[in-house]
Ligand binder design. Structure first.
Ligand SMILES: [Cu+2]
Ligand SMILES: [Zn+2]
Length: 188
């Protein structure tokens, strides 16, 4: 009985799916896309620490005529300078965050400081954490965007245990990756 019912559905479905059963006008309407794909104008990364470390916060990104406007607000980190970078991947599955890959480097440069040449596009410099554990960073970074070949969407923000010396290769000798987030599209 069940088999007969299933067969009945299977035999009825193909003409409906192909649009052969109804009138032509409706078939055309059903195939017209009703949504448009828009370029993101804002992105956000919600930072969380790895096991054994503390520190959380947000990093917000918006398009700017000079590049990408980056604003980070974090709390709970140990005081001092911490290297902060855009890394190439958004894979948070490894406990040591190794799945995030290297610094985002779409133009094949060496590691350095933002604003200097050469540097990885993903080099954001250092996040300065005060005695209260809080840090704020606000900069416009050239060479990054929210669409196209230099897009950071789906990549990641990483905060390191130590200071980025802005010179050592390939990553400024900034130590462990202690906190990170995948960069997602934000509500404009
Ligand atoms: Cu990094
Ligand atoms: Zn770098």
């Amino acid at each position: 009985m069940r088999l007969i019912t299933l067969l009945g559905i299977v035999m009825v479905l193909p003409p409906v799916l192909l649009g052969l059963g109804g009138c032509g006008e409706h078939r055309q309407d059903a195939g017209t896309p009703t949504t448009t794909v828009e370029t993101p104008t804002a992105a956000i990364a919600v930072i969380a620490p790895i096991a054994g470390f503390t520190g959380s916060g947000t990093v917000r990104f918006s398009e700017d005529p000079q590049g990408l406007h980056v604003v980070a607000d974090v709390a709970g980190f140990h005081p001092g300078k911490h290297g902060i970078h855009i890394h190439e991947y958004g894979d948070l599955s490894a406990v040591d965050l190794s799945g995030l890959g290297s610094h985002f480097n779409p133009t094949g440069q060496e590691h350095g400081a933002p604003g200097d040449h050469p540097h990885h596009a993903g080099d954001l410099g250092n996040l300065i954490i005060g005695d209260d554990g809080q840090g704020h960073l606000d900069e416009v970074v050239p060479g990054l965007s929210l669409s196209g070949p230099t897009s950071i969407i789906g990549r990641s923000v990483v905060i390191h245990e130590n200071m980025d010396d802005l010179t050592s290769q390939p990553a400024g000798n900034s130590g462990k990756r202690i906190a990170a987030a995948v960069i997602g599209i934000a509500k404009p």
